[in-house]
Design a protein around this ligand. Structure first.
Ligand SMILES: [Fe+2]
Ligand SMILES: [Fe+2]
Length: 481
């Protein structure tokens, strides 16, 4: 079988020759009904019968890998798709640097590897759960289609991790796969594993911020797992990244279009002061200071996903050649990090200081720095949108110590500008930095659904181009009667 072609004759589309891998096929087929039950219960509410113009992967060739068509979401062909095998791939980092990549799980690292796969796997269905109510308030059919595309692909990412668990981890892999369908975002007794994936996504601005900031954390995690010495994990993550690019796009353009509409409305109404919040809100658009607050919230929640700045777990995973750095193969160093250092922001005697730490224990910090740089590029583009309209306002990433629950700064209060403050000041000013209940209520009040093809809610600008080059009035979702 051609490695780039996908077998759609089995119930589970795949390019891993499942037809001849009977045991794994059986395991996946017995997991399938539970997955569909989960999708029906926790997937997009109210739209399971709608026909959605979705892309489905038909190849793992980066050029032309997807085809678009109308699909009912429960009938989406979730498949097992690995990027093509690189012949003679060598492990690019860690203790096993330079050795041939592993095709089987190395026994000594089995538990660590399984944990990495389970944590990644847990985030995928979590975001579907978080976003399941959004369909009812979509600002257009275009946006409605986009959230559903993200949802079905997160579902496929769950399949991707479940395949790894079931193929390579035997009975405990099957148990973990079953549990991935049991935890629920936000649940008190069986929550998802990571904090940001238990937060609510109450409105569309939250959704765009989530796809910009939290899916971008996902991208960074996938990038570092794509470097893994365990080749099947590397290959599966490489293909997931192909899909992930669209999620980044949805987030960045979603926020960008929101900003654009706000600025245009301000200009048209002759409002010069972005902080004249009452007048701006009367125009039915989201004021820029509130957008900044939403950004502060989602950025800080996402930073927590990188774990502690200094971490022996992270060092162990790097040393074991299981989880590398962002673009590991492009970095010019020894890829072992046994003797190198990396600067880490820490709290030293009540002050925020940069301290040199062994690079090995600072790999989380490094990944997070790469993430911050990637976020900043997006903000620069948003600021250009603002700049083009002539409004005088600039969005900024808050200090990395702001509003943290994990790591160096979890026990202190730090302002977005990076100043340590006491509890009293924090409580007094928090409403300037994070969205208040009133801010949330205002945003929710704008979330009136628009379902006429080519029409958009008043708080958001239309996109510049359609999905799959479709015209502006294309009916991206045919909502069932
Ligand atoms: Fe994903
Ligand atoms: Fe994603």
């Amino acid at each position: 079988m051609n490695i780039e072609s996908i077998d759609y004759t089995t119930k589970i589309p795949n390019n891993v020759n499942l037809a001849e891998d009977r045991q794994v096929l059986r395991a996946l087929e017995s997991w399938h009904p539970g997955y569909i039950d989960w999708w029906m219960e926790m997937g997009p509410e109210g739209f399971q019968q709608a026909l959605v113009y979705l892309r489905t992967a038909v190849s793992v060739d980066p050029k032309g890998w997807a085809k678009f068509d109308y699909v009912k979401m429960p009938e989406y062909r979730w498949g097992i798709l690995l990027a093509p095998k690189e012949e003679d791939r060598k492990i690019p980092f860690g203790h096993h640097y330079g050795e041939p990549a592993w095709q089987d799980v190395p026994g000594e690292y089995r538990a660590m590897l399984r944990r990495l796969v389970v944590i990644q796997g847990d985030t995928e269905p979590a975001s579907v759960e978080q976003q399941r109510h959004l369909g009812k308030t979509a600002p257009s059919l275009y946006d409605l289609r986009n959230v559903f595309q993200v949802n079905v692909e997160e579902g496929r990412h769950l399949w991707a991790m479940v395949y790894i668990l079931q193929k390579y981890f035997g009975r405990d892999g099957r148990e973990e796969a079953a549990e991935l369908l049991q935890r629920r975002s936000g649940s008190a007794d069986k929550p998802r594993m990571l904090g940001a994936f238990n937060e609510a996504t109450p409105d569309w601005l939250s959704f765009y911020m989530f796809t910009f900031f939290t899916d971008r954390d996902g991208k960074m995690q996938l990038e570092s797992l794509a470097q893994s010495g365990f080749d099947p994990l590397s290959r599966t993550c490489r293909f997931m990244l192909t899909e992930e690019a669209h999620h980044m796009f949805v987030g960045e353009t979603g926020v960008g279009r929101t900003i654009q509409r706000t600025c245009e409305a301000m200009k048209a109404a002759g409002i010069e002061d972005p902080y004249d919040i009452e007048r701006v809100r009367k125009l039915g658009v989201i004021d820029l200071p509130t957008i900044q607050k939403k950004l502060n919230l989602h950025y800080s929640l996402s930073l927590d996903l990188f774990g502690s700045e200094v971490s022996t777990n992270a060092a162990n995973a790097f040393n074991a050649s299981l989880k590398g750095r962002f673009q590991e193969t492009k970095i010019e160093d020894d890829h072992r990090l046994e003797h190198s250092i990396y600067p880490v922001l820490k709290l030293v005697d009540g002050e925020i200081k940069r301290v040199d730490e062994p690079a090995l224990t600072a790999v989380n910090m490094r990944l997070r720095d790469d993430y911050t740089a990637d976020c900043q590029r997006g903000l620069d583009r948003w600021n250009k949108v603002i700049g083009r309209t002539g409004v005088n306002f600039k969005l900024e990433l808050p200090h990395v110590g702001f509003h943290r629950q994990i790591g160096e700064f979890k026990d202190v209060k730090i302002t977005p500008a990076g100043v340590i403050v006491d509890e009293g000041t924090w409580n007094r000013d928090i409403g300037k930095w994070l969205p208040s209940k009133d801010d949330g209520d205002f945003i929710v009040s704008l979330m009136q659904p628009v379902s006429e093809p080519g029409k958009f809610a008043d708080w958001i600008a239309p996109p510049r181009i359609g999905i799959d080059n479709k015209p502006g009035d294309f009916e991206y979702v045919r909502i069932a009667a």
